[in-house]
Design a binder for this molecule. Structure first.
Ligand code: MG
Length: 278
C-alpha cells in the first residue's frame, strides 16, 4: 500500500487558555518559540499561531507576529508557519494586519456561526478583504469550516478566483454552540469536499476532550489533523498536557496505530504546494 503521510498541525496557544488553566501554555513569544521547537521535533510540520500580550490578553499586533515568525524560522527551519486571522484576536481588519509579513499560511473562516458565548462574525466584506490580502501577499489560506455552508462558500471563492493555491480545508468540531463531534457529518464533510473541491486536501480539529477522537477519525480516513493546547489543555482525564509536544506525540502514536507515517516538513510543503520562502 502506498504511504499517505499525515500532516500534524500544532496550535500552540490560541486566544482562550491561560496559565491559570494550564501553566504550561506558551504565552510570550520566547515561550511560543520553545514550545514550537519541541512540537516540531516531535513531528508537527505546521504551527498555527496566535499572539498574546504580556498580561495574556489577546493581541493581533503585527510586531509580535513578526518576532514569532523570525524565531520559528530560525529554530524550526522548514516548518510551515500559519497565522490566525480568527475573530477572537482582534476587530475587523485588525485580524489581517499581519498578512503583509507573508506567513506561509493563514487561517480563514468564510462564514459566521455561534461560539460558546458570542457570535463568531465574519461578514462577506471582511472575508473578501482577508482573501484579497492573502492573494496579494502570497499567503495560502487554511479554510476553517465550522459548518457545511463554509465548505460551499470556500468552493465558490476558489471557483471565482478570490482564493488561490491548493485548497486546504479544516473541519472544526466540538466548539460549544457550533457543530458537534458527529461521525456521520464528518464523513459527509469529506464526501462534500471530494465532490465540490476535488483538488482540496482536508484536515480537522476537535475541541477539548474531543481532540483525540477527531485525530483518530482523520488518521483512519486518510486526512491530516491538528492538535495542540489551543484546542485542548489536557493529556487525558487526569492530567494537564505538560507541553504541546506531548499532544503531538499522542497524535503520532495514533498514526502508527493506523499504519500512517507522520509527514515531514518537506512532505507537508509538497502536499500543500507551499514552497520554502527565501
Ligand atoms: Mg486559532
Amino acid at each position: 500500500m502506498e504511504d499517505n503521510p499525515c500532516i500534524i498541525c500544532v496550535a500552540i496557544t490560541g486566544s482562550v487558555p491561560r496559565k491559570e488553566d494550564n501553566p504550561n501554555i506558551p504565552i510570550s513569544v520566547d515561550e511560543q518559540i520553545e514550545s514550537t521547537h519541541e512540537a516540531f521535533e516531535a513531528g508537527a510540520s505546521i504551527v498555527h499561531c496566535h499572539v498574546r500580550n504580556e498580561d495574556q490578553s489577546v493581541s493581533s499586533d503585527p510586531i509580535l507576529f513578526a518576532k514569532l515568525q523570525e524565531g520559528i524560522e530560525k529554530h524550526c527551519s522548514g516548518m510551515v508557519i500559519q497565522f490566525s486571522t480568527g475573530g477572537r484576536s482582534g476587530k475587523g481588519k485588525e485580524r489581517g494586519g499581519m498578512l503583509p509579513i507573508s506567513p506561509d499560511m493563514a487561517s480563514l473562516t468564510v462564514g459566521s456561526n455561534n461560539f460558546p458565548t458570542r457570535v463568531y462574525e465574519n461578514s462577506p466584506e471582511l472575508i473578501d478583504w482577508l482573501a484579497k490580502e492573502m492573494v496579494k501577499y502570497g499567503v495560502q489560506p487554511e479554510i476553517e469550516a465550522f459548518d457545511l455552508s463554509h465548505i460551499f462558500q470556500a468552493a465558490k471563492m476558489y471557483n471565482e478566483g478570490k482564493l488561490k493555491g491548493n485548497p486546504y480545508i479544516q473541519f472544526v468540531m466540538g466548539v460549544k454552540n457550533a457543530m458537534p463531534v458527529d461521525r456521520d457529518v464528518f464523513e459527509y464533510y469529506i464526501k462534500t469536499v471530494n465532490r465540490i473541491l476535488p483538488s482540496a486536501n482536508w484536515c480537522a480539529a476537535g475541541i477539548g476532550k474531543h481532540q483525540k477522537t477527531i485525530n483518530q477519525w482523520c488518521i483512519e480516513l486518510g486526512g491530516h489533523t491538528r492538535t495542540g493546547m489551543e484546542d485542548n489543555i489536557r493529556l487525558d482525564k487526569e492530567n494537564l498536557a505538560p507541553s504541546n509536544a506531548s499532544l503531538v506525540n499522542l497524535t503520532s502514536e495514533i498514526c502508527g496505530m493506523y499504519g500512517r507515517s507522520v509527514a515531514t516538513w518537506e512532505q507537508t510543503r509538497e502536499i500543500l504546494n507551499i514552497p520554502l520562502k527565501n
